[in-house]
Design a protein around this ligand. Structure first.
Ligand SMILES: [Zn+2]
Ligand SMILES: [Zn+2]
Length: 342
C-alpha cells in the first residue's frame, strides 16, 4: 500500500510499504479520508515525540476489508469511523471508568501506525459502524465532534442558557452547533471575521473578535446578566485560556468554564474573581463514551460540517496538506488516498 511515513521531524516519505494484516480481534480498514489537526502538526515538527518510522493520522474513516478471528461486531464492507484512543483497561483509572485519563493510553497515529495510508489495522473496539450512505466528508468529523460532545456534556448546558465558545476553528464551530442543538444561545469568540461569519451561519447568535473588555461586554449583552452561563474553550492556547478565565463578567457568578484545548504554555490567570464568583472550571480530555453519539449526530444531520472542510489533498501531497493546516484560511484539511471513494 501507499503510506505517508514520517521518518523524522519534518520528514515525510510517501512510499509503498507492506500491506498490514488484521490479527485476532483486529480489523483492516481501507482509509477513505484522514483529517489533520494540531496534534499531527506537532508530531510532524517533532515537538511531540514519537518513535520513527511512524504513519501518523488519527482522525480517519474507512471501510472494513478484512477482519481477524474473534471479531463479531463489525464485518467486511462495513463503513467505520475510527476511535483512535483507548485506555489500557487494567489500571486504576481504566477500572474506575476513566479510560480517557489512562496514562498508558494507546493513540493511533502516535503510538502505532495511523490513517495517513491506504490501509490501517485497528482493534475491533476502535471501529464504530456508520451508515454507508454518509459521505466521507461528513463522517470524517466524527473524531473532533466526539471531543466537542464531551466538552459540551461536561458543561451541562440546559435549554435557554447562554453559552460562549472561545475559538472558531473546527472544534469551536462544532461546539457552536452542538450548544445550539442543546437549546443554548451562543456567543462565538474568534479572531477572524471570516470564521465568525461562518459561526453566525452555523447558529451563533452573537460573535466577537476577542480582545480587551469586549468579551465580557458581549457576554453581558447576550445574556442580559453578569456573563454567560457557560464557556467552552477550544483554541488550546495560553492566550485563549486567559481570555476565558481572565475577564470579570464573561462567565456569570456560579457559571461553568470547560477547557478542552490543550495549552502547551502556562497561562496567567487572576483567581480572585474566579473564587469570589465560584466559577466552576472543568477540564475535558478527548472523549470517553462520546464516539457513538458523534456518529449519530452526523448521521441525523444535526451538525453541519461541509463548510468546515476547506482543503483536500491526495495522500501523496501530505506535506502540502500539513502546510495548509497552518494557513489561517483553512479550517479542516484532509488527505484522501488515491482511488478512495469520494
Ligand atoms: Zn486530532
Ligand atoms: Zn489504563
Amino acid at each position: 500500500m501507499n503510506a505517508a511515513v514520517l521518518t523524522g521531524p519534518r520528514a515525510f516519505r510517501v512510499e509503498t510499504v507492506r500491506d498490514p494484516i488484521a490479527g485476532p480481534g483486529e480489523a483492516l480498514v481501507r482509509v477513505e479520508a484522514a483529517g489533520i489537526c494540531g496534534t499531527d502538526y506537532r508530531i510532524w515538527t517533532g515537538e511531540r515525540p514519537v518513535s520513527y518510522p511512524l504513519i501518523p493520522g488519527h482522525e480517519f474513516i474507512g471501510e472494513v476489508v478484512q477482519v481477524g478471528s474473534g471479531v463479531t461486531r463489525i464485518g467486511r464492507g462495513d463503513r467505520v469511523a475510527v476511535e483512535p484512543n483507548w485506555g489500557c483497561g487494567t489500571c486504576d483509572l481504566c477500572r474506575d471508568g476513566l479510560g480517557n485519563l489512562c496514562l498508558a493510553r494507546t493513540a493511533v497515529g502516535i503510538d502505532r501506525d495511523g490513517g495517513f495510508a491506504e490501509l490501517a489495522v485497528l482493534p475491533e473496539r476502535a471501529c464504530w459502524p456508520a451508515p454507508a450512505t454518509l459521505p466521507p466528508d461528513v463522517l470524517l468529523f466524527t473524531e473532533p465532534l466526539a471531543v466537542v460532545a464531551r466538552a459540551v456534556g461536561r458543561a451541562e448546558p440546559r435549554p435557554g442558557e447562554t453559552a460562549a465558545v472561545v475559538g472558531a476553528g473546527t472544534l469551536g464551530l462544532l461546539a457552536v452547533q452542538l450548544l445550539r442543538d442543546r437549546g443554548c444561545r451562543v456567543l462565538a469568540v474568534g479572531r477572524t471575521e471570516r470564521r465568525l461569519g461562518l459561526a453566525r451561519q452555523l447558529g451563533a447568535e452573537a460573535t466577537i473578535a476577542g480582545a480587551g473588555e469586549t468579551v465580557a461586554t458581549a457576554a453581558r449583552r447576550l445574556s442580559g446578566r453578569d456573563g454567560v452561563d457557560l464557556v467552552i474553550e477550544t483554541a488550546g492556547t495560553a492566550e485563549a485560556v486567559e481570555l476565558t478565565l481572565g475577564q470579570v463578567g464573561f462567565i456569570r457568578p456560579g457559571g461553568r468554564a470547560v477547557l478542552t484545548g490543550l495549552p502547551h504554555e502556562p497561562a496567567r490567570v487572576e483567581f480572585f474573581w474566579l473564587v469570589r464568583r465560584e466559577i466552576d472550571i472543568r477540564g475535558s480530555m478527548i472523549y470517553r463514551e462520546e464516539f457513538g453519539e458523534a456518529v449519530s449526530l452526523l448521521a441525523a444531520g444535526r451538525i453541519r460540517v461541509e463548510p468546515l472542510l476547506t482543503h483536500r489533498f491526495p495522500l501523496s501531497a501530505i506535506e502540502s496538506a500539513i502546510a495548509a493546516h497552518r494557513d489561517p484560511a483553512s479550517i479542516k484539511v484532509a488527505v484522501f488516498p488515491e482511488g478512495a471513494r469520494r
